[in-house]
Design a binder for this molecule. Structure first.
Ligand code: DOR
Ligand code: ZN
Length: 339
């Protein structure tokens, strides 16, 4: 059996910077026609010059003319002139908002919603999408649900602002999504595959630790249903977040699952097993293109039900990163890419 995808997109991707960027960017650029690139570098990407320079580094590292990085700024209070300057940069896509301190490199995130309002109003007027890491500082399993009233407030206060609920993990988030047309959501591969039990129920698996943390089986099933049924406002966003081996296999494990190199084969397996191969195109490209009016580079990626042996580790440029499904054989693989 084969599935051919047209211009697959990863709507939430961390490629980092420096040597790590050089190692991981080509892996996404090989399988995807484009990806939304997260801005939580150290320091974060917060002005047009940094954005332009980072875009150039991502393009260089991706080693492909058929991969469009969709670049984001890290949310702070921006003036209209600053937003207009960002809009003039080719590849600029949107602004990623992190509540202060909720995850990796988010210390300078938002700590006052009231102070954020003028920027949000201006983004709404200029048609700049807002992407949100929606978690509170509460009990780890409840953080997403505790954040939902803030999504509701944003959706109501800014009805013309396109708001993406990033990497949703709960039934409750899906219910909220259905209430407001100006909300959309990304779903990761790992939240379609795993629950908290896989991370912690037996021996602890540091390579499955991420934020938001994987939830209950009923949550995973609801996410699967949304993706497999072709829900028009859910999109694939891997949240592939590479950390060097020594930062994962240690005391104080960093949050992040490095899934980019296995994303499409693993998604093909899930969709084929559920008899929903025909819905994969919408999840990995169609819904995002429609939502954001995107015209990514044309790239045909053919997946076939022949095995992919996942490497134990990806090494290069002095970096070592362990991928999701390390050492496993996946029943699907990418067999051809036509550009
Ligand atoms: O698991 C995660 N890793 N969640 C995030 O929100 C950030 C990401 C990272 O940058 O490592
Ligand atoms: Zn992320």
């Amino acid at each position: 059996m084969e599935i051919t995808l047209t211009s697959p997109l990863d709507m939430h991707l961390h490629v980092r910077d420096g040597e790590m960027l050089k190692l991981v960017a080509p892996l996404s650029a090989r399988d995807f026609a484009g990806a939304v690139i997260m801005p939580n570098l150290v320091p974060p990407v917060t002005d047009d010059q940094a954005l332009q320079a980072y875009t150039k580094r991502v393009l260089e590292a991706s080693c492909s003319e058929h991969f469009a990085p969709l670049m984001t700024l890290f949310f702070r209070n921006y003036t209209e002139a600053e937003l207009l300057a960002a809009l003039s940069i080719p590849g600029f896509f949107g602004i990623k908002l992190y509540p202060a301190g909720v995850t990796t490199n988010s210390d300078s995130g938002v700590s006052s919603w009231q102070m954020a309002e003028p920027t949000l109003r201006c983004m709404e007027a200029l048609g700049i999408p807002l992407l949100v890491h929606g978690e509170s500082h509460g009990f780890v399993m409840d953080r997403e649900e505790q954040f939902l009233p803030i999504y509701r407030h944003l959706a109501e206060q800014f009805p013309k602002l396109s708001i993406c609920m990033e990497h949703i993990t709960t039934v409750a988030a899906l219910h909220l999504l259905d209430e407001y047309e100006n909300l959309c959501a990304t779903i990761t591969l790992h939240h379609l595959e795993f629950t908290l039990d896989d991370l912690l129920g037996g021996a602890m698996k540091p390579h499955l630790f991420c934020k938001p943390v994987a939830k209950r089986s009923e949550d995973r099933e609801a996410l699967l249903h949304a993706a497999l049924s072709g829900h028009p406002r859910v999109m694939f966003g891997s949240d592939s977040a590479p950390h060097p081996l020594h930062k994962k296999e240690c005391c104080g494990c960093a949050a992040g699952v490095f899934s980019a190199p296995v994303a499409l084969p693993a998604l093909a397996k899930i969709f084929a097993e559920h008899g929903a191969a025909d819905k994969l195109q919408a999840f990995v490209s169609g819904n995002a293109c429609h939502r954001y009016n995107l015209t990514p580079p044309l790239k045909k990626v053919t997946l076939r039900d022949t095995a992919m042996q996942v490497p134990v580790i990806y090494r290069g440029y002095g970096q070592s990163v362990v991928p999701l499904h390390t050492e496993e054989q996946l029943p699907w693989s990418v067999c051809a890419v036509q550009e």
